[in-house]
Design a protein around this ligand. Structure first.
Ligand SMILES: NC(=O)c1ccc[n+]([C@@H]2O[C@H](COP(=O)([O-])OP(=O)(O)OC[C@H]3O[C@@H](n4cnc5c(N)ncnc54)[C@H](OP(=O)(O)O)[C@@H]3O)[C@@H](O)[C@H]2O)c1
Length: 339
């Protein structure tokens, strides 16, 4: 069938040029195979991974021209023959797909039934569009902290959406959080929300203050969305036997300032974290249970993705510019054009 989607003609390191090159075009959508469903998209989100993708700096590359977007919400309008696909007929779903021949910045998409989560009526399309990745990531990371037995954690990019989910889930589990932000106004905003430990990594005594706090609170786990020299500064500030989980590369630079002697003599560790691998590891049955739990948290208002703007899909350039200027302000959503 024919549909419309945003197309990226070429990967471009310069984000402004990449944004300018995005265009809404007519596309052909393939019918669903046995284990797939065809969705009419109701909302799609822009995440940091989408920005990295259009710049050619992500671990997923699609053949060009490519449809960007990995996460969104939709309604199943046609299902393949498998039992799992058939069970989704007519359902509202949240989904995450890194398939090479589609993307969520589109009016329609064909995806694996396994990449879809059926959504309850009380969850809006907007929240559903941001449900498949970040809440699960934060949930899995807090489970890791519980397994590690850490009483306190350190996290950077703390003014972003995962930062907020981690704080909320940590509080439920009586885990203290040392929040690192990169702007003074973010430090003030998080303190005003009642967060006790907030540091700005641009302030003069940042590393000293972080070291004092992380030893005082015994923060033996850290979640690092940045990379670059901040990773090394955080690891250095942490106590013995600390683990830094690297889960994002927002700084766009290789890790540096890693304290070699701390790794050798203080048993400090750097590990990667990737939510897709976690999903594969826990298996379908447990994933379904976690998914129900996350929908409970959203439905009862415990967690909510902050949304700073909704744009028609054809206005993708303006949407992404707004997001890039203030990522901490919340997600921007692309809505199918109603023309
Ligand atoms: N590994 C996984 O499985 C997994 C899963 C989901 C997400 N992620 C990653 O998690 C990270 C956070 O995602 P999100 O959805 O929470 O993002 P978000 O809500 O869009 O917010 C991004 C946050 O990062 C800050 N930031 C941007 N560039 C930065 C830099 N160079 N150094 C430090 N902070 C920076 C932003 O601050 P400003 O407002 O100042 O720009 C903002 O507070 C991303 O890297 C994403 O790719 C990883």
């Amino acid at each position: 069938m024919k549909s419309k989607a945003i197309l990226l003609p070429a990967y471009q390191g310069n984000i402004i040029r990449a944004l300018r090159s995005l265009e809404m075009k007519e596309i052909e959508i393939k019918p669903p195979a046995q284990d797939e469903v065809l969705l009419e998209i109701t909302a799609a989100v822009c995440n940091p991974s989408d920005l990295a993708f259009i710049q050619g700096g992500y671990n997923v590359r699609k053949p060009l021209p490519a449809i960007p977007g990995f996460e969104g919400a939709g309604v199943v309008i046609e299902a393949g023959k498998s039992t799992d696909a058939q069970a989704l007929t007519g359902k509202r779903v949240s989904f995450f797909s890194q398939s090479k021949d589609g993307g969520t910045w589109s009016h329609h998409i064909t995806v694996k039934a396994d990449d879809c989560i059926e959504i309850r009526d009380e969850i809006s399309d907007e929240q559903a569009a941001c449900l498949s990745v970040n809440p699960f990531t934060a949930y899995a990371m807090i489970e890791q902290v519980k397994q590690d037995g850490s009483k306190a954690i350190i996290q950077n990019a703390a003014a972003g959406q995962i930062g907020y989910f981690i704080r909320t889930l940590a509080a439920i589990n009586n885990i203290e959080v040392i929040n690192i932000v990169r702007k003074e106004e973010q430090e003030e905003a998080l303190k005003a929300e009642g967060n006790k430990y907030v540091l700005c990594n641009k302030s003069e005594n940042f590393t000293e203050e972080l070291a004092i706090l992380s030893h005082e609170l015994c923060a033996t786990s850290a979640f690092d969305a940045s990379g670059g020299e901040l990773s090394g500064h955080i690891l250095k500030a942490m106590p013995k036997y600390a683990t830094l989980y690297l889960y994002g590369a927002l700084a766009g630079r290789t890790l540096s300032e890693i304290p070699a002697l701390d790794i050798i003599f203080m048993n400090k560790i750097i590990r990667g974290f990737n939510v897709n691998e976690w999903k594969d590891e826990i298996g379908k049955a447990e994933f379904k249970m976690v998914s129900e739990h996350i929908q409970d948290l959203i439905a009862n208002g415990t967690i909510k993705t902050r949304i700073q703007g909704k744009f028609q899909m054809k206005d993708v350039g303006a949407a992404l510019m707004q997001y890039i200027r203030n990522m901490s302000g919340g997600k921007v959503l692309l809505m199918p054009d109603k023309l």
